[in-house]
Each structure stands twice: as structure tokens, then as C-alpha cells.
Write a protein that binds this ligand. Structure first.
Ligand code: FES
Length: 169
């Protein structure tokens, strides 16, 4: 569970990271210091704390673990579960694969942008939602499909979007 101070960088949509948050990151690094294969668990726990992995945090981790910054960057960009930008507390995915597109996915996306206040690959100003477009999620028979934090919503109409998003505070 993250506290308000931890969420604040996301809420601001800024790359700035509070000193109190950095102190928590340092504590994570300290727990793994000297252990083999420390980088990935450190990155995981750091992302839990900060919400994402900005370059300044990657640099801090590299320095503390005494590994090249390029190695940290390489790992962060290789794995899709690591994010270098704020992602929002709730991640909305709008499928624009062929079946969803044909069934009105673009209108659903428009409704999501309007209801969330976030553009594609962006975060709403209150840090509540991050929006991304996805490719086929394997539920074409249920098109158009929308996901929020992994919950799949099927046969979504633009009108139903505000009600769906209201479930995520
Ligand atoms: S195209 Fe959207 S689920 Fe397949």
C-alpha cells in the first residue's frame, strides 16, 4: 500500500521525486546490496514505491549497486512491466485491434479520453488514470473491449464509459 507522499510524483505527472520517497528507495537498495541478481527486485520494489522508474532514480540505483547506468536502463526498457513515465493509479487500455476497431473502438477511446481527462500515453492531471491503446487482447468476440487495471469490459459503448471509470477512485 502506498502512502500519499509516495503517490505524489504520479499525481503531479512530474519527474521530480520527493526526498521521502528517495529515502524509501535507498532502504530497498540497502536490503539487496551485495546480493546476486539484485537489480530486478530492486527495480520492482522501487516502481512500487515511486510508481515508475525515471532516469534520476535509475541513476541512483546504478550508483548504489555499482553497476553501469546503461545496464539499468537496458533492463528497464527491455521488460514491459517497467515504466519510465508516470502511469496513473489506474491503467486503462482501449483495444484498437481490428475487431474492436470495426465495432466502435475509436468512439470508446474518445469517450475514455473525455471521461478520464487523459490523452493516449498520458496521465490525467489528478494522477488517477493512465490511458493506452492496446492491440488485440484475445477477446474479439466481445468487441469492443476496454480494460481497467486488468479488469476486462466487453461490448463497451461510449455511453457506458463514465460509469465504468467511476468504479476506480
Ligand atoms: S481486436 Fe480487440 S480483443 Fe481482439
Amino acid at each position: 500500500m502506498r502512502d500519499a507522499a509516495v503517490r505524489s510524483p504520479q499525481a503531479r505527472g512530474s519527474s521530480a521525486v520527493d526526498a521521502s520517497v528517495l529515502a524509501q528507495v535507498d532502504a530497498v537498495i540497502e536490503r539487496y546490496r551485495g546480493k546476486e541478481g539484485a537489480l530486478i527486485p530492486v527495480l520492482h520494489e522501487t516502481q512500487e514505491i515511486v510508481g515508475y522508474l525515471p532516469r534520476c532514480v535509475q541513476s541512483r540505483i546504478a550508483g548504489a549497486l555499482r553497476i553501469p547506468e546503461s545496464q539499468v536502463y537496458g533492463v528497464v526498457t527491455f521488460y514491459s512491466f517497467f515504466a519510465m513515465k508516470p502511469t496513473g493509479r489506474h491503467k486503462i487500455g482501449v483495444c484498437l485491434g481490428t475487431a474492436c476497431y470495426v465495432k466502435g473502438g475509436a468512439a470508446v477511446l474518445q469517450a475514455v479520453k473525455q471521461a478520464s481527462g487523459a490523452d493516449v500515453d498520458d496521465v490525467s492531471s489528478d494522477g488517477r488514470f493512465g490511458v493506452e491503446v492496446t492491440r488485440c487482447v484475445g477477446a474479439c468476440g466481445l468487441a469492443p473491449v476496454l480494460s481497467v487495471d486488468g479488469d476486462i469490459y466487453s461490448r463497451v459503448s461510449p455511453d457506458s464509459v463514465p460509469e465504468i471509470l467511476a468504479r476506480y477512485t
